[in-house]
Design a protein around this ligand. Structure first.
Ligand code: CP
Length: 318
């Protein structure tokens, strides 16, 4: 594997999940693989889980790790070619990328959607420039339109907890005060569509995702109906994708908050969320603290998904 930005990059999902379970049984089994190798993690946006879990995964593999917060202590980076750089950005990505690459073997990049220009976001201009100009294997730590390390961890978590071969997975929009990218729901949909699970997406009208990601999922606008018989409820907020509202909050209707009354409609479903989560906006205290909440094991599996991905990228260097 030379890069990791989407579900296709991981190949056969059953093999990837089996590898994840193997790593989870002994996460130090490949501690020689990364000896004298360096991972550079570059953050254009904040993180708690991705930063810590990815660093831990790389250390499990024996790697050295460097972390660069672009917005804290580094030169501000220009990402667009052709711009007259007379503003506050002192360095261009086209110089910064090969310089950073000269210090490392692998590069992880976090760069969110700007939510201003749909075409710009959906072209994935930042991570694509790292792939093109670094000469190093690059992996996404959440890009403008996908968060594949999260989705892989979500899949591992579902595989650990499912009690039927084809569980019913419901991804539900839930309210949030700020405009959030579509990366997590896009990516979750992409990964679940690559399984044979039953898959339903529910959201208010106007929050339709890119059809490319919705794929074979059934879209149900009645959240309560969608929850009926669900085995897993995956909650997430996202801003509008459809024009003319791209990147906007068009509803904060708290009737969409996941609560115990709605969870009672399910098949005793597990509750999932990628975190960070706004309590009593996305989900009530009662649901997130219930014994059916998987948010902590889901976050813990981020270490495992990252370790599988970094291991495969390291193996590509040989
Ligand atoms: N789920 C997730 O990516 O968390 P962070 O934003 O804290 O990394």
């Amino acid at each position: 594997m030379k890069k990791f930005t989407c579900v296709e990059d991981i190949g056969d999902l059953r093999a990837a999940v089996a590898e994840a379970f193997e790593i989870k049984r002994d996460r130090f089994a490949y501690s020689e693989l990364g000896r004298n190798r360096t991972l550079l993690m570059i953050f254009f946006n904040s993180s708690l889980r991705t930063r810590l879990s990815t660093q831990k995964a790389a250390m499990n593999l024996g790697m050295n790790v460097m972390v660069l917060d672009v917005n804290q202590g580094a030169w501000k980076l220009e990402t667009e070619r052709g711009v007259v750089m007379d503003g506050d950005k002192a360095e261009h990505l086209l110089e910064a990328i090969p310089v950073m690459a000269s210090y490392c073997d692998l590069i992880g990049v976090r760069s969110f959607a700007q939510l201003k220009d749909k075409a710009e976001d959906y072209e994935e201009r930042v991570i694509e420039q790292f792939i093109r100009y670094s000469g190093r294997p690059v992996f996404s730590m959440e890009a403008a339109t996908r968060h594949p390390l999260q989705s892989f961890a979500d899949l591992i978590t579902i595989e650990e907890h499912k009690t039927t071969e084809r569980p019913k997975i419901v991804m539900t929009w839930a309210p949030h005060p700020k405009a959030l990218p579509q990366a997590v729901p896009n990516s979750f949909a992409e990964w679940i569509n690559a399984t044979d699970y039953e898959f339903v997406i529910t959201h208010p009208e106007g929050y339709e995702l890119d059809p490319k990601f919705v794929g074979r999922a059934k879209v149900e606008y009645d959240q309560r109906k969608a929850f009926e018989g669900a085995d897993f409820i995956y909650a997430k907020n996202w801003s509008a994708y459809a024009d003319p509202n791209y990147g906007k909050v068009i509803s904060t209707d708290r009737d969409w908050t996941v609560d115990s009354e709605k969870m009672a409609l399910t098949n005793n479903a597990y509750f999932m969320h990628c975190l960070p989560v706004r309590r009593n906006m996305i989900v009530t205290d009662e649901v997130i603290e219930s014994e059916r909440s998987l948010v902590i094991p889901e976050a813990a599996n981020r270490e495992i998904s990252a370790e599988v991905v970094i291991k495969r990228l390291l193996e590509s260097l040989k």
